[in-house]
Design a protein around this ligand. Structure first.
Ligand SMILES: Cc1cc2nc3c(=O)[nH]c(=O)nc-3n(C[C@H](O)[C@H](O)[C@H](O)COP(=O)(O)OP(=O)(O)OC[C@H]3O[C@@H](n4cnc5c(N)ncnc54)[C@H](O)[C@@H]3O)c2cc1C
Length: 460
């Protein structure tokens, strides 16, 4: 049995699973691309155990797939080819909290929401947040450089990683940056591991930076008349306030969320697009400025209607209009694209993408939403109920090159925050030059000379 193939020297029997239902569960992520087919699932409890496993895998040899909360949307944690899945579920401990440095040292399997709660309990704030925070791991967030709804103010996960412990694909333990704010001593390898999608090695521990919490958050949802008005309203708002979140979603998204989740519509007026703005409502002057901006945008005809939260509960309900979209549309097996351009290019991007979608997806329902404050839009094509899944995916795949060519023409990204994994792997050249890809492959070969780390992800 496989467990005798060296694994029993490293793990206790209860740290290894090989039953069919576990293989299926841990062999796939939220993207569900491909059929899960791992050899075994292991649950290490320490960095040293991970190191022993990597050394064994290099000799055996077998491949390893790092597995966090499996909420990834690019197939990065899929194990379809007899790999050993390395789940961080049992490396879920907070090891230290330092009030002076405002840093948390934790294992990679700590759930994102757990870190947010720990910060809040200490009157601090961990700002990386998104709909899957209740399941995703800090290790997975770092491996994908996760973004989410607060990037417009606080940036990506990368900004909050003060230190990392990693086990490279060749089995070395590296302690990177030690939580330092300043450290000008050459290449910062920490940043190489952030966003590397488990292709260079394992992230086993992290030191995460916390900050002051925002005060008196208010949420406003505005109904917008057309694409051109989105940007005009966006600019008017940004001129007057520094939002903590600035999100866009289309009317169909609102319809589906309200139907599926039983949430009330934000207001009766129908609008083709909606903007959600969260901001620190810290004084009467701020509130007046926001209301004045709203009035101006309404007078210009950009904004059709709007609502501002009057309580924390109402703010939460308004947020659900945006946060619950992903889950609500999962019933329609959506084909997802996660695209980014510079904010200044959003109008031309939206206009050209709209034409492309109308021309090539006339039979499909297409849903827009995204983090417009940082130039990131999610394009979701919903599968018609009577269409076979494979036929649907093939039809969407045919249009991909056109969408990605448009992104490339605008110097954008074909994967803003979901990573490359297997789903975007064949399209990497739309966002990275041949030389860049060659450098990335050389780096992979250096850290993972036998190619045991997450094979087939990011590159072929
Ligand atoms: C409803 C929903 C909403 C989402 N919204 C957002 C959003 O707004 N913004 C955003 O950025 N993402 C979003 N995501 C995607 C996803 O939640 C993120 O990519 C998240 O960071 C993945 O974390 P995870 O722990 O689930 O990682 P997994 O899915 O388990 O793994 C992701 C990748 O990281 C690797 N990995 C995992 N753990 C480690 C480790 N310890 N060491 C090395 N490599 C590792 C895996 O091999 C894989 O390649 C959303 C997903 C869902 C389902």
């Amino acid at each position: 049995m496989f467990i005798d193939n060296g694994l029993s020297d490293i793990f206790r029997p209860e740290q290894v699973l090989t039953d069919q239902s576990s293989l299926e569960k841990y062999g796939q992520d939220w993207s569900q691309v491909g059929a899960p087919n791992p050899l075994a699932i292991v649950f290490p409890e320490s960095t040293e155990q991970v190191q022993s496993l990597v050394k064994l895998a290099n000799k055996a040899p077998f491949s390893l797939v790092p597995s966090g909360g499996r909420t990834g949307l690019s197939g990065g944690a899929m194990a379809t080819n007899q790999e050993v899945v390395v789940s961080f579920e049992r490396m879920n401990k907070v090891l230290d909290f330092n009030k002076v440095d405002r840093q948390v040292h934790c294992q990679a399997g700590v759930i994102t929401q757990q870190l947010q709660t720990l910060a809040a309990d200490n009157q601090l704030f961990y700002p990386v947040d998104f709909a899957s925070s209740g399941s995703s791991h800090i290790g997975g967030n770092i491996a994908t450089n996760a973004g989410g709804i607060k990037v417009v103010r606080y940036g990506l996960t990368r900004n909050w990683v003060a230190g990392l412990t990693v086990v490279t694909g060749s089995g070395e333990i590296l302690d990177l940056n030690h939580g330092l704010v300043k450290n000008a001593t050459g290449y910062d390898l920490r940043h190489l591991f952030i966003g590397s999608e488990g292709t260079l090695g394992f992230i086993t521990e992290a030191t995460m930076q916390l900050t002051n919490p925002p005060k008196n958050l208010s949420v406003m949802v505005l109904g917008i008349s057309d694409v051109a008005s989105i940007m005009k309203t966006f600019q008017a708002l940004k001129k007057n306030i520094e939002p903590t979140a600035l999100e866009l979603f289309s009317s169909d998204s609102v319809k589906i969320v309200c139907e599926h989740k039983g949430i009330p519509r934000p207001f009766d007026t129908e609008a083709p697009y909606y903007l959600l703005i969260e901001f620190e409502n810290d004084s009467e002057a701020t509130e007046s400025l926001v209301l004045e901006t709203f009035e101006r945008c309404s007078n210009e005809g950009w904004v059709l209607d709007g609502v501002m939260s009057q309580s924390e509960q109402q703010a939460k309900t308004l947020w659900r209009l945006r946060e619950d979209i992903s889950e609500s549309i999962s019933h329609y097996s959506p084909y997802k694209n996660d695209l980014a351009v510079k904010v200044s290019k959003i109008p031309v991007f939206l206009e050209r993408l709209d034409q492309l979608v109308e021309e090539h997806y006339p039979k499909f329902q297409v849903l827009w939403y995204g983090h417009i404050g940082d130039g990131n839009l999610h394009l979701n094509i919903l599968k018609p109920a009577d269409m076979e899944h494979d036929v649907f995916v093939e039809a969407c795949n045919k249009v991909n090159p056109l969408v990605f060519k448009l992104v490339k023409d605008l110097d954008g990204s074909i994967s803003a925050e979901h990573g490359v994994g297997t789903l975007k792997r064949d399209y990497l050249a739309y966002s990275r030059s041949d030389s860049e890809i060659a450098y990335m492959q050389s780096l992979k070969a250096m850290f993972d000379p036998n190619g045991i780390m997450n094979p087939g992800k990011l590159f072929k």
